[in-house]
Each structure stands twice: as C-alpha cells, then as structure tokens.
Write a protein that binds this ligand. Structure first.
Ligand code: MSP
Length: 524
C-alpha cells in the first residue's frame, strides 16, 4: 500500500487561529481526504508551536506570570482544536512542542548534530525579530527592521551555540537542482535558489536561559534553550514518533506551508536532516497569503477574519469551497465577504444546488420519485448525441481530478473547476434537451435517458466533492436516495477511476430519491 505523509506548519499559540491558518488546514485536509479515498495509508500531522520569546511575551501580556506559560498555551491550544473541529479538519496527529515526547526528540537531534561536529559555540552579535523569531544580519536588517515583516528588530549580543549551515550550502543547491519537485511551486524554488546565491551564515540555535527560558534545554548545556525554529521544525519527526508511525511514514511527501516560512523549511530544515542523516521530504509546497486589500491578514495588523464567524454565517462547506476555488494554490488572494457571497450564489446555489434540485423535481414529476432505468436510446439521434457528450464528461471527471491533485503543483482550484464544469454542462444539458418538450411529445424514453444521465452526473459529483465539501457530498448522496454506504472502499475508490465503461451507469435504477431542503439557499 502506498503511504502519504502530509503536514501543516505548527502554529504559534500567541493568539487564536484566523482565516489564514484555516486556509492551510482546509487545503491539507482536502488533500489528505483525497489520498485516503485512493486507499493509501495517510498520515496528516498538524499541531502547535508553543515555545520561544513571542509566546513568552504573549503569556506575560495576558497576565500569566513566568512559570505559568503552560496554563496560557493550554487554553489557546484548546481553541485551536475547537476551530479545527468546527471546520471539519480530520488530522491524524496533533503535535504540541510542549509534549515531553517532542522535547526528547529535539534533544536527540541536537546530540547527533553535536557528535557530527556541526554545532559549535560562539558569540552572536546581530539582530532578532521576535514576531518572526528570526535572526538577521546587519545587511539583512537594514534600517533596523525585519526584512520579512518590516517590524523593528532588536540587537542581540550573547554567547550562543551555532549550527554549521554553511558547510551544507553546496549540497543543498545540488539537491534542489536534482529534485525539481523539492520546492514548489517553481517560482518559490527559484526564490530559494536566489537566497542560496549568497553565502549562508551559520545559524544561531540557542538563547541563554537567563534571557529566554520558555523552551527546550540544550542537552549538552543546561544554561541554554533551543532556538524556537529548531525546536519547531523537528515536530515533523517527533509527531510521527510519538504515535509510533515514524518507520511507516518518514519522510514527508508534502510539507505544506505559506511563503512566509519558506526559508526555514527549504533551507534550515533540509540541512538539519542532512546533518543527522535522515531522508529528505519529497516536496515543500509554499502557498500564498490571504490578504485584506494589499496587506497580509495577521493578528499583528489587526485585520484578521474569524473563520468560525464565517462558517456561522455561510456554512463550513461554502467557506472551504470559497477558499480553495477562488485562488490558485500558491498565489495570494484578497479576502472579501462580498466575493464569498457572489461565489456562493453563483457556483453553489445556482449551479450545484440547483442541479440537484431540478433533477430530483423531475424524478418526482415524471417517475413518482423512483430513478428510471436508462433506455438504450432516446429515439432521437440528437438527444443520443447530447447524452454521449455528458457521458464523456462524467468519465473524464475522476481522471481530471487525479491529474490535478496528484500533480506536485497541488491544483486544488483546478480540481474544483473540473467538478463544476461537469455540473455546468449538466445544467446546460437540461436546457438543450428540454425534457418538458419530450413530455409534451410523449417521448418518455428520451426523458428516462436525460434523468438517468443527470443522476449519474450527480452521483459522480458527490464522490468527487467528498474531499472538499464532505458534508455537502453526503447530503447529496442522501437526497439521491443512494443506499450504498459512501464510506465503503468500493465507493470511495471510484475516485481513482480511469476513463472507461466502469465509470458510467452506476446509479441503480429503481432508487427512491429523497429530495430535501435546498443545499444552498440563495443569500440576498
Ligand atoms: N510557528 C511557525 C511555523 C513553524 S512550522 C515548523 C509559524 N506559525 S504561524 O502561526 O505564524 O503560522 C504560519 C502559517 O499560518 C503560515 O505558514 C500559513 O500556513 C498560515 N498563515 C498564517 N497567516 C496566513 C495568511 N494570511 N494567509 C495564508 N496563510 C496564512 O510561522
């Protein structure tokens, strides 16, 4: 059985999750669900990044004394888990960097690196951006601001431990060049190769305990705390180890992140793995940012959108659909509630919801609510031709989805487009076929053919939508009256189907349909 290991970043717990975090979760959830449907052994890891100066400060600011950090983070982690639950995120592991098992793995990594001769003591004299938890040189932090987030940096002069990243610079360049899917999309790979054109500095990987104590101790010097990014990246290994899944799932198939943390994932992380001799991830995929206007959505800018509030207003599946369908994965998007409403009304209410509704209304009207057996032919050549076109569209659907979702480009938007194209064609098919005219002319064979075709489209669309809109897919299935359990392997695996006779005429004739409430009532 093929294995598939996919991760999200572990989020800082200085505040509750916002729509930007929800986006990564939803995208990874859809991909993980898809791979599970294919019958692969899937592990989807997410979690929280709980150490470091930023969290320590947030904790003090929230009125928790030093030493009470764990109480503060526990409460926020509970909120993260609630939000993920509310968005239908089904992860297989949730790693917290405050877990004992994680700390142990971090220390093992450090010991190995030390034994390898990759860690040395020195003096750090440079800049630090606390919001990004990143060290910068004089040249990088020109004008006293962080080159990533533009916020003021702090000068730090302290004795510390360093990791010999420079030693591995050429190795990393060669690895990226030899593995074109290592950093995706391609424009991000070029960005990484861009940073690597300049000489890499060794990385400062500690903070003296008297300056910053909230974190994991260096195993070889208890006066020091591990640099929070070093601690955090190791979650991808410790998260599997804690669940005894390391042997089965290592290395990651895809680390999904956003572009703000590309350098940490595409430079620090591979070099850390190389130093300890562990196999490399196959792909690091950096998606874009949700912005409000031109500004990145972030807590510090105060422009965040609450995902739970959005789902309260529009529903979970419409939010999932909107986020994945309106922006190509990799690009930035500008969030607007007006656009969300427009997309909801056009794609979900008018196209998808309406197709189900119209079809089930016709099943009731012409066949007393029982699905007809498809005739061999409609007794009308033009209608037969139209039917063939729909058949080909349905047969092409699952292959189109696998082309898109199995592509290293992670074409989530395009996969949803493929589904919506078939839905759109089916709506046009109703207009072009005009079953009401056949009814007047008394050609019931033609009507049977049309309805059987439409039910076939809806059945395939429900399966195809499962990774993206799981509860909508189930509601469609129920209203179609399908008796097979959607969760059986036989049904779920249809999604891996190739174009062929087996992908057509799967809707059982004689099925009692169960038209219900409209899936997506129009929003005014
Ligand atoms: N703790 C680090 C990651 C460590 S991973 C080993 C961190 N945390 S974070 O809370 O700042 O989350 C960053 C991630 O949240 C981004 O990489 C992205 O996945 C998601 N996003 C946060 N804001 C976002 C947007 N405005 N838009 C899209 N994704 C966003 O960095």
């Amino acid at each position: 059985m093929r294995k598939f290991y996919i991760t999200t970043p572990i989020y800082y717990v200085n505040a509750n999750p916002h729509l930007g975090h929800a986006y990564t979760q939803i995208a990874v959830d859809a991909l993980a669900r898809y791979h599970k449907m294919l019958g692969e052994a899937v592990f989807f890891l997410t979690g929280t990044d709980e150490h470091g100066e930023k969290i320590e400060k947030a904790c003090l600011k929230a009125g928790f004394e030093k030493g009470k950090e764990k109480e503060f983070v526990d409460a926020i982690v509970a909120n993260f888990k609630n939000v993920w639950g509310a968005l239908g995120i089904r992860y297989d592991g949730f790693i917290r960097t405050t877990d004992q098992s994680h700390k142990k793995v971090v220390q093992e990594f450090l010991e190995k690196m030390k034994d390898k001769g990759d860690i040395y003591r020195g003096e750090y004299d440079g800049w630090y951006c606390t919001p990004c938890e990143t060290f910068w040189t004089d040249a990088q932090a020109e004008n006293g601001v962080c080159p990533d987030c533009n916020r003021p940096v702090e000068r730090i002069r302290e004795k510390n431990y360093f990791f010999r990243m420079s030693k591995y610079q050429q190795w990393l360049i060669d690895h990226i060049n030899a593995n074109p899917e290592f950093v995706m999309p391609e424009y991000r790979k070029n960005e990484v190769l861009g940073f690597l054109r300049e000489e890499l500095n060794d990385l400062c990987i500690s903070r003296p305990r008297e300056r910053m104590s909230w974190g994991v101790e260096l195993p070889f010097d208890r006066d020091y705390i591990v640099y929070v990014w070093f601690d955090a990246l190791i979650n991808y290994a410790s998260g599997l180890k804690a669940r005894k899944k390391f042997e089965e799932f290592w290395p990651a198939d895809i680390h999904v992140i956003a572009k703000d943390i590309l350098r940490h994932h595409a430079v620090y992380w591979p070099i850390m793995l190389k130093s300890v001799g562990m196999p490399m991830p196959k792909t690091i995929f950096a998606h874009g940012w949700w912005k409000i206007g031109k500004e990145k959505m972030s807590k510090s800018r105060g422009n965040i959108v609450d995902p739970v509030e959005m789902t309260g207003k529009y529903g979970v599946d419409p939010l999932r659909y909107f986020l994945l369908k309106t922006v190509a994965f990799g690009q930035d998007g500008s969030f607007s509630e007006d656009v969300l409403v427009t997309v909801y009304n056009s794609d979900l209410a008018n196209d998808l919801g309406n197709l189900l509704n119209r079809t089930l209304t016709m099943v009731e009207k012409y066949f007393a609510g029982t699905s007809p057996a498809p005739p061999r032919a409609a007794g009308d050549e033009e209608q037969d031709r139209r039917s063939d076109v729909i058949r080909d569209a349905v047969r092409g659907l699952f292959p189109a989805i696998s082309d898109r979702l199995l592509s290293p480009k992670l074409l989530l938007k395009e996969a949803l487009e493929a589904i919506m194209q078939v839905v759109g064609k089916a709506n046009k098919y109703i207009e072009a076929s005009a079953p009401w005219e056949y009814s007047k002319a008394g050609n019931m064979e033609a009507i049977k053919l049309i309805i059987a075709d439409l039910l076939e489209v809806l059945r395939a669309a429900a399966i195809a939508l499962l990774p993206f809109m799981p509860s909508t897919a189930r509601k469609m299935w129920e209203q179609l009256g399908l008796k097979e359990d959607m969760d059986t392997e036989a049904v779920r695996k249809e999604i891996s189907g190739t174009k062929g006779p087996r992908d057509w005429r799967r809707f059982p004739p004689g099925t009692k349909t169960a038209k219900g409430e409209p899936l997506f009532p129009r929003i005014k």
